[in-house]
Design a protein around this ligand. Structure first.
Ligand code: ZN
Length: 313
């Protein structure tokens, strides 16, 4: 039994329109779901991903309108690492980000930059057989597109603290002294720890949690293993597009174990994912009011490549 890499990563934005502009237009991801926070339907939960909304390339944001910028510290993910196909892709993104006035720096063959609220990203050329998960964006040739998550980098005060839970309970494999990989039969994803004593502050541009992918019929067993290892795992929670268990790992990073299905086509067709506001059934009676009060967002259709069939690249 192995986890299937990173399922999704959830972060915080104080500026939903700017967030859509950056991720759907500049980075060329597909806005695959426009829904509301299940605990507060007056604000968005936005999901970006590949054409099909597959686990493994799914960056999501809780909207807290106008919230101050946070700062990553011990117990928080501070960088999202994405796969790209080639050094040409690195150069393409350096130019594209530069044209947008976004500073990007080269480091050991990778490209590091931050979104407009300070969330850090790294593009890396990787040598894995995992299927590339790409979106068809205007101005981004498929061979240069982001291909999904490779890793998260997290901050910890004690890099050894997380090892027993990761290796023994969650079956991650150690890859280097502070690096662990969850590799299943289809995909792999890593967490890499960087050491700091700095305390973090939640807010815009910070990561809320990282979710690892599990087969639905293995989720309860993973939950029991996490509990047995001392983690305070929640019961299974129905998130509508997947089912989730949450707990903090010993360094303090909030982990989620999310099921691979049912996925984002459970309430709208693949062709029009993310175009209409999706509401959980309980909030459907509030639709008219919510559509009037939620922050207006840019139209993303024009940023997608017209005439392309949806589906696998
Ligand atoms: Zn989540």
């Amino acid at each position: 039994m192995k986890l299937e890499g990173i399922h999704h990563i959830t972060a915080i934005t104080g500026d939903a329109p700017g967030n859509v502009d950056f991720y759907a237009r500049v980075l060329g991801l597909r806005l695959i779901k426009k829904t509301v926070n299940q605990d507060d339907p007056t604000v968005y939960h936005l999901f970006y991903g590949d054409e099909e909304g597959a686990p493994g390339n799914d960056l999501t944001f809780f909207e807290y309108p106008g919230v101050a910028r946070g700062r990553a510290g011990a117990g928080m993910v501070h960088r999202v690492v994405w796969r790209v196909a080639s050094p040409d892709a690195i150069e393409f993104w350096a130019r594209r980000l530069g044209d947008e006035g976004i500073e990007a720096r080269h480091e050991d063959g990778t490209l590091i930059f931050a979104d407009p609220e300070g969330l850090e990203h790294e593009l890396a050329v990787t040598d894995v057989a995992d299927a590339p998960l790409i979106a068809h964006a205007a101005g981004v040739p498929d061979e240069l597109a982001l291909q999904g998550f490779d890793a998260v980098r997290a901050l910890t005060a004690d890099p050894e603290a997380s090892r027993p839970l990761l290796e023994d309970a969650l079956a991650f494999e150690p890859r280097s002294p502070r690096e662990f990989e969850a590799r299943g039969s289809h995909r792999g994803g890593r967490i890499v720890y960087d050491v700091t004593d700095r305390r973090g502050v939640g807010g815009a541009g910070t990561v809320h949690h990282v979710a690892w992918a599990t087969d639905a019929d293995e989720q309860e067993r993973w939950r029991e293993r996490a509990l047995a290892a001392g983690a305070h795992a929640t019961p299974v929670i129905d998130r509508f597009y997947f089912r989730s268990v949450y707990f903090r790992e010993p360094s303090g990073v909030l982990f989620e174990l999310a099921t691979l299905g049912p996925g984002f086509t459970t309430d709208e067709p693949l062709e029009s994912l993310g175009e209409r506001l999706s509401l959980p059934p309980d909030y459907e009676p509030m639709r008219e009011r919510l559509e009037q009060t939620l922050t207006p967002l840019p139209e993303t259709r024009g940023w997608r490549r017209a005439g392309e069939p949806s589906g696998a690249p």
